[in-house]
Design a protein around this ligand. Structure first.
Ligand code: PAF
Length: 294
């Protein structure tokens, strides 16, 4: 595995491989890699000849009071894991390489409307930081395929929208959510959970599963379900950010005749904000994005 810290170094290598007719798969990450990330890398390897992974803790997508400073930087361990998975190129730029004109003067990419809701409502500016850095990374790597976890469902929907709106020639693939044995979605931020909280946070997944069962059984009062779900989280001692039943593609509040739904939830623990989601299809139409690793 070759490691690159500069855009020009990485590009030269990718160009050489492309000239040999090889396809390029790309997995952007912020490091602190866990099994969920490694599954993205395996998917990229299945689909493409060359796999590029980036590790960049993007300051532009963190709010002022968020965890950018304490976000775990575990580069040596991450590099070993990627090497073992057969990653070809690891791109590890510093802030200057990505934002050479400074962050304040950086040209921004904004996907309107769908970024102001759900996670965007409690993390203003977050998705602007994500779309700006992801569009830069897509321009740097120019992959045939880029893989993102379905766990960040809204992020994936926003990136799909950006790629569609800006005609970026890349195939965006959503990879199923990897879960711990009790159902907790794997996340770099699970490391912030205290010993006392860890066994209790499965309530988020359980609550979304409960909502899915109710809807599959014919329940159409989505607002009431959201209220009940919020109560369940609060009863377990966690502050709810939201539980929301949405159209799987547009992320607008689900209408009664929508067939493809996604139930999204976010809650606060003492040191973390956890998110999760489950999709379901109500008819014979193609299934909603598969969210689970079976
Ligand atoms: O999901 C993440 O890890 C980040 O938001 C991403 C896509 C790497 C952009 O910084």
């Amino acid at each position: 595995m070759n490691i690159y810290h500069t855009v020009s170094g990485l590009r030269a290598e990718i160009r050489a491989r492309r000239q040999r007719g090889e396809s390029v798969g790309f997995v952007p990450t912020m490091g602190n890699l866990h099994e969920g990330h490694l599954q993205l890398v395996r998917l990229a390897k299945e689909q493409c000849d060359v796999v590029v992974v980036s590790i960049f803790v993007n300051p532009l997508q963190f709010g002022l009071n968020e965890d950018w400073e304490k976000y775990p930087r575990t580069f040596q361990g991450d590099a070993k894991k990627l090497e073992a998975e057969g990653c070809d190129f690891l791109f590890h730029p510093d802030e200057n390489e990505i934002y050479p004109n400074g962050m304040a003067d950086q040209t921004r990419v904004v996907v309107p409307t769908m970024t102001d809701i759900l996670c965007g409502a409690s993390r203003p500016g977050h998705f602007e930081g994500v779309t700006t850095v992801v569009s830069k990374l897509l321009h740097i790597v120019q992959p045939d395929t880029a893989i993102f976890g379905i766990k960040d469902y809204q992020q994936l929907a926003v990136i799909r929208r950006m790629v569609e709106d800006l005609c970026i020639p890349v195939d965006i693939v959503g990879a199923p959510i990897a879960r711990d044995v009790d159902g907790l979605a794997l996340s770099s931020r699970n490391g912030y959970l205290s010993k006392d909280e860890r066994p209790r946070v499965k309530v988020l997944y359980e609550t979304l599963c409960w909502c899915r069962e109710q809807i599959a059984a014919g329940e159409k009062d989505f607002s009431q379900l959201e209220i009940e779900a919020t109560k369940a989280l609060e009863k377990s001692g966690f502050r709810t950010d939201y539980v929301s039943i949405r159209n799987a593609k547009t992320l607008e509040p689900a209408a009664h005749d929508d067939q493809q739904l996604t139930i999204l939830g976010a809650m606060f623990t003492k040191g973390a904000r956890l998110i999760d989601n489950i999709s379901l299809a109500l008819s014979e139409s193609p299934p909603a994005e598969q969210t689970e690793v079976k």
